[in-house]
Design a protein around this ligand. Structure first.
Ligand SMILES: Nc1ncnc2c1ncn2[C@@H]1O[C@H](COP(=O)(O)OP(=O)(O)O)[C@@H](O)[C@H]1O
Ligand SMILES: [Mg+2]
Length: 446
């Protein structure tokens, strides 16, 4: 795909042949061999770009470029690392053994099921699926790409804790989205700050529906890819644990807990032995009673003691005189009925929070002003120009500096080889000549 060879996989802007993008600073050399090669064309239409987040245990999420629509997308590739790897062609995914193949196939089926369910959602706070296809002996899910950061990144930017009102403003729309998910008889099962995305225009979005992961978890060897300590309730640790909306409610409670206290709750399995959960009010002093008590109720170890439906939890969060959770009633996932609209006594205070800063590392939103990326790109002509000028200065003050700077810059350009380098070189030369002329002018007058 020669036509796309010069597109940066970090921002999909034309960048020439350099490894480091002058626009966003993305360095092509830093690519894990497990990921698809940069700019791999998928489904004849999507180019694979940089890896979003970290390489997951279950799959890899890439920034993608839809060459037809010329828009960004997020592409999730099914690649359970425990049981499969990349073949020598660097594209095909192959199970490690015959035994692994069975589980791999089963997971692929589950992944497809998950996509079908996800595709049915049309909610502002749930990630939007564009398409799904099979290629390279695996499967790919294509989603809308959102500019923004994860709630976890946002929390860290804020110094670890998020003020109560803002935390509520983020959680309420997430719960709205979750109601829709539950109404379709589906559970998220991995809600945590890393899986809630905050778009630049202030919209929280639920990402990463890991149904396949969990279905496989029952057969897989490692639980670590299946649940997240601190956010997963006790029932997720057991094959026959009774899961339902209350399972996601526990994770939302843990997410709220982390947002306001800056601490992750102790692991559910440890709490079952000895509960050392400190209530939020024991960690921070300015938390409202309603939030403190709603978080504690949602984090009940026994699923029956938690709010049973998202609507109950939302009511608790919004109402100081909230009623105790409705009588527990196990609901098989498939039989869940759509939940009626919440009886909100108070409007959600959610407002876009424009103060979300864009990602620091490689984001086209702020990249051109990134001094490190400029230095990374232009260090060769700058260095050679400086060395040349210094040598020239020693040999012959005025003429020497010009020739030295010129030769130095030229070497730098050859070594750097970009149009950007030439511009830097020329600017360097102009400044040098201007300085020399100024010095001459001054010496004529003295
Ligand atoms: N649609 C999307 N838009 C923008 N970023 C995304 C999108 N989907 C995923 N990401 C980013 O990629 C990361 C990993 O994606 P995720 O679906 O959570 O997979 P996993 O956790 O299994 O690796 C997220 O934390 C987020 O930073
Ligand atoms: Mg995730």
């Amino acid at each position: 795909m020669a036509a796309y060879d010069t597109l940066c996989p970090g921002c999909f802007i034309e960048k020439g042949k350099t490894a480091v993008c002058p626009h966003c600073g993305y360095d092509e050399n830093e690519r894990s061999p497990l990921a698809l090669p940069h700019r791999t064309m998928l489904d004849g239409r999507y180019l694979a770009g940089r890896v979003l987040g970290k390489l997951g245990g279950f799959g890899i999420t890439y920034l993608g470029w839809d060459v037809r629509l010329e828009t960004f997308v997020a592409i999730k590739e099914y690649l359970p690392r425990d049981m499969a790897g990349r073949d020598t062609d660097r594209a095909t995914v192959a199970p490690h053994s015959k035994e692994d193949e069975k589980l791999f196939r089963y997971g692929l089926e589950q992944f497809l099921q998950e996509v079908r369910t996800l595709a049915k959602f049309d909610h502002a706070n749930v990630v939007r699926v564009r398409t799904f296809f099979e290629e390279n002996d695996t499967a790919y899910l294509v989603m809308d790409y959102y500019k923004g950061i994860t709630l976890e990144e946002y929390r860290k930017q804020k110094g670890g804790k998020i003020p109560e009102k803002l935390a509520m403003d983020i959680m309420m729309p997430v719960l709205d989205g979750l109601r829709e998910v539950h109404a379709k008889g589906f559970l998220h099962r991995d809600i945590k700050p890393q899986n809630i995305y905050l778009t630049k225009d202030g919209r929280p979005i639920l990402l990463d529906f890991g149904a396949a992961r969990f279905a496989m978890g029952e057969r897989s060897r490692s639980l670590s890819v299946v649940l997240t300590p601190g956010f997963a309730p006790y029932e997720q640790y057991h094959k026959r644990g009774k899961q339902g909306p209350w399972t996601d409610i526990y994770s939302c409670g843990a997410t709220l807990y982390t947002m306001v206290t800056g601490k992750v709750p102790p692991e559910a399995i440890e709490r079952k032995e000895q509960d050392e959960l400190v209530p939020p009010a024991g960690i921070i002093n300015n938390i409202s009673e309603s939030l403190d008590s709603a978080i504690i109720k949602s984090l009940a170890i026994e699923s029956n003691d938690r709010p049973q439906q998202v609507r109950d939890f939302q009511d608790m969060l919004m109402d100081e005189t909230s009623e105790p959770p409705v009588k527990p009633k196990p609901i098989p996932e498939a039989e869940q009925k759509p939940t009626p609209k919440p009886k909100t006594k108070q409007k959600s205070t959610y407002m876009p929070y424009s103060e979300i800063e864009p990602k620091k590392e490689c984001d086209y939103l702020n990249a051109p002003t990134n001094i490190t990326s400029i230095l990374k790109q232009y260090w060769k002509p700058i260095l050679f120009c400086a060395i040349g000028s210094a040598i020239g200065w020693i040999i012959d003050e005025v003429i020497g500096i010009i020739i030295g700077a010129a030769i130095g810059t030229a070497i730098g350009i050859i070594a750097g080889g970009t149009i950007g380098s030439i511009i830097v070189g020329v600017v360097g030369m102009v400044i040098t000549i201007w300085q020399i002329e100024k010095a001459r002018h001054n010496s004529r007058h003295t």
